[in-house]
Design a protein around this ligand. Sequence first.
Ligand code: AMP
Ligand code: MG
Length: 293
Amino acid sequence: MTEPQWNLEPKFDFVDKHRVATNKKCSLAKIDTETNGPFEGKDHGRAFTHQAVIDIRDLQYKMFTEGKQSLLVVLQAPDAAGKDGLIRKVLGQMNPQGCRTYPFKVPSAEEAAHDFLWRVHKCTPAAGKVSIFNRSHYEDVLVVRVEDLVPKSEWQERYEIINGFEKLLAHRGTQILKFYLHISPEEQLERFKKRLDEPTKHWKLNAGDYEARDKWPQYREAYEDVFEKCNASYAPWHVIPADKKWYRDASVAAIVRQTLQEMNPQLPSIDADLDEIRRLYEREAAELAAKKN
Ligand code: AMP
Ligand code: MG
């Protein structure tokens, strides 16, 4: 049986579709958690992602050799929305020599004894490299706000501090891409059930996840404030419909690929004298051939 010929270049602007509009309040309730986008279905979406990942790797290779620009991908989401799966299937497919994932958990005692960006700044990508943040500095205006971990007067100041921080990174040549994986509470519960049914996923279970479900509206509000206050052109937010895992992967892959294409990384120019190196090679090859005869 021959494989179906999917259109891997559908006319569909993923960035335009999922980019959070600036200067306007974003209402998550009005954004679908489920879509097929331009795809006929799962197999089509998966074929698209496969090609996009190959292209991303090529572009990342160029960025690595160029050694000037860098990329920071920030992932935020409710539990079980698929950050881990997205990293495994798409972002983590980049060459590990130039790419690293950093998970941000409840701060350690040492981290908590510093300013909230201290642990984050040292994980930002060096020139030529990619950093993936599995959660991020945004937790400090999300969980911290909803769970009342610091006074309002303190977290309120953080939006501006985050904007300044991201501007600093952009100033150094880092492109920042931020993704919110948007799932419905129904889909989340379904995934919690799958975790219960699957012993290898039991380590992910956490009673706190159910408390966070009770605070869904508060988290939604906190996210909407983030999208409104921290959405500069050099560090845009995207809301990704994530109820379908294959669409989540395809759309993020499309946006990362497009961004890297726009960054337009170039292989470095050659200082070495290629004619001379070719002559050296030919001399060596001729000597070897002579020895063999
Ligand atoms: P997970 O990503 O599911 O392994 O869980 C990590 C947990 O750490 C989540 O519940 C986050 O909300 C929490 N977390 C991450 N950063 C912070 C922070 N700055 N303050 C408090 N909790 C945090
Ligand atoms: Mg969790």
